[in-house]
Design a protein around this ligand. Structure first.
Ligand code: AMP
Ligand code: GLY
Length: 421
């Protein structure tokens, strides 16, 4: 089979590595991929948002099956367009991807179907939002309605921060039309858990849970980033909590989507907060998380291509999905200064034997050398029988990977290990 993977980050690299385990995957093409992914797949420089370009390429190259990984093309209808051209895909259609593409839609869905989440109000004018914030309980959380490169959420610890967030989103239009409406919601507290799931719209199979580390600096300080590291499983996500989430959140969500005529097929990501009043949804994503995928897929025992095709064909109930009883840790190696300003173009080197544990994100080939080209450069993953061993091994590998400006958090997995102790 000729496979296409849309996207070009560490998540896509992890997906490609796993797809490659199936001997049926004769060729894998990444659009656009990156210089590091090019060691595992053919990379063609077509942007993930260029839907016409992707469909045109897929048809001309007789692609048998496509995986659309990032949020933007999913929300823009890449799956609809590929299917219309006769190419089966993994990923939700646009109507279902709205569960991530519009926070207002997601909140209204949860309210209508009684799915536990933070209380909220929606605003389409800044004046109304300012007026509401005069009396709103603080801390509060301000969210742009649409996609915002993962930067559309402000957890405001003071009234001034909340007002500033509304101004940036609605008046300065920092995220363009994504900020035409905002959600202001109740501040929740508790451990956070990421749960990715496979679903064909009727059956849902949760993958092993994980824990992201979103802040740039040790001790969860500094700016919010796309994610600086992950561990799986997440020790807070006990079998009892999983059962409760299945009944109160996971299955009600896919049933709600079906009832709305937006059947979800693909990977549905639940960002959960385990509050003292029970688990609540912080966010839905219509795709695999990054860097959650880099710890979840290495623990998948079943064949990924087989599971994905079962999802596409609506046959997930007949497809066993198994995970290894092990632990994984991914440490992101970033460019110093990320998520703000950083220099790039530095050569990446690593000891022999390391690369099989590395998923490339911001890496490019220049004059025959692999160089840094982004904020998050790569993720290094290790799996082991215990979490401390997985963490130790991931850091040992991280130390050996060199580039100028290299920066990484030193405490990935610490909170999880404390929770286990
Ligand atoms: P998101 O961009 O939706 O992933 O949100 C970024 C982060 O903001 C989440 O991982 C949470 O840590 C935090 N967050 C979002 N919503 C809330 C909330 N209602 N209460 C507290 N923290 C939140
Ligand atoms: N790591 C969070 C996300 O993929 O949205």
């Amino acid at each position: 089979m000729k496979l296409l993977v849309v996207g070009g980050g560490g998540r896509e690299h992890a997906i490609i590595r796993k797809l490659k385990e199936n001997p049926e995957a004769e060729q894998i093409i990444a659009l656009p991929g990156n210089g590091g992914i090019a060691r595992d797949a053919v990379c063609v420089n077509i942007a993930a948002k260029d839907i016409d370009g992707i469909v045109d390429f897929a048809v001309k190259n007789r692609i048998d099956y496509a995986v659309v990984a990032p949020d933007d093309p999913l929300v823009l209808g890449c799956v609809n367009a590929l299917e219309a051209a006769g190419i089966p895909c993994f990923g939700p259609r646009a109507a279902a991807a709205a569960i991530e593409g519009s926070k207002v839609f997601a909140k209204e869905l949860m309210k209508k179907y009684g799915i536990p989440t933070a209380k909220y109000e929606v605003f389409s004018s800044p004046e109304a939002a300012y007026a509401y914030l005069e009396k709103a309980p603080i801390p509060t959380v301000v969210k742009a309605d649409g996609l915002a490169l993962g930067k559309g959420v402000t957890v405001a610890m003071t009234r001034d921060e909340a007002l500033a967030a509304v101004r940036e989103i609605m008046q300065d239009k920092k995220f363009g039309a994504s900020g035409d409406r905002i959600v202001i919601e109740e501040y929740l507290e508790g451990p956070e858990v990421s749960v990715l799931s496979f679903t064909d719209g009727n059956t849902l199979v949760p993958m092993v849970s994980s824990m992201d580390h979103k802040r740039a600096l040790d001790g969860d300080r500094g700016k919010n980033t796309g994610g600086m590291g992950t561990v799986a499983p997440n020790p807070y996500f006990t079998p009892e909590i999983e059962k409760r989430c299945m009944e109160e959140i996971f299955l009600p969500t896919i049933r709600a989507m079906k009832a709305e005529g937006r059947e979800f097929r693909g990977c549905l990501y639940f960002g959960l907060m385990l509050t003292k009043d029970g688990p609540k949804v912080i966010e839905y994503n219509c795709r695999f998380g990054d860097p959650e995928t880099q710890v979840v897929l290495p623990l998948l025992e079943s064949d990924l291509l087989t599971v994905m095709r079962a999802v596409t064909e609506g046959k997930l109930a007949q497809c066993p999905v198994r995970f290894r009883r092990a632990h994984a840790c991914c440490v992101i190696l970033a460019s110093e200064g990320y998520p703000e300003h950083y220099a790039r173009g530095f050569e990446i080197t690593m000891p022999e034997g390391t690369e099989k544990n590395v998923y490339f994100a911001g890496a490019a080939m220049k004059d025959g050398k692999l160089v840094t080209s982004g904020g998050r450069v790569l993720g290094v993953t290790a799996a082991a029988d215990s979490l401390p061993e997985a963490v130790r091994r991931a850091y040992e590998l991280a130390e050996g990977i060199r580039f100028e400006n290299r920066y990484f958090r030193r405490d990935i997995g610490r909170k999880a290990m404390e929770a286990l102790a």
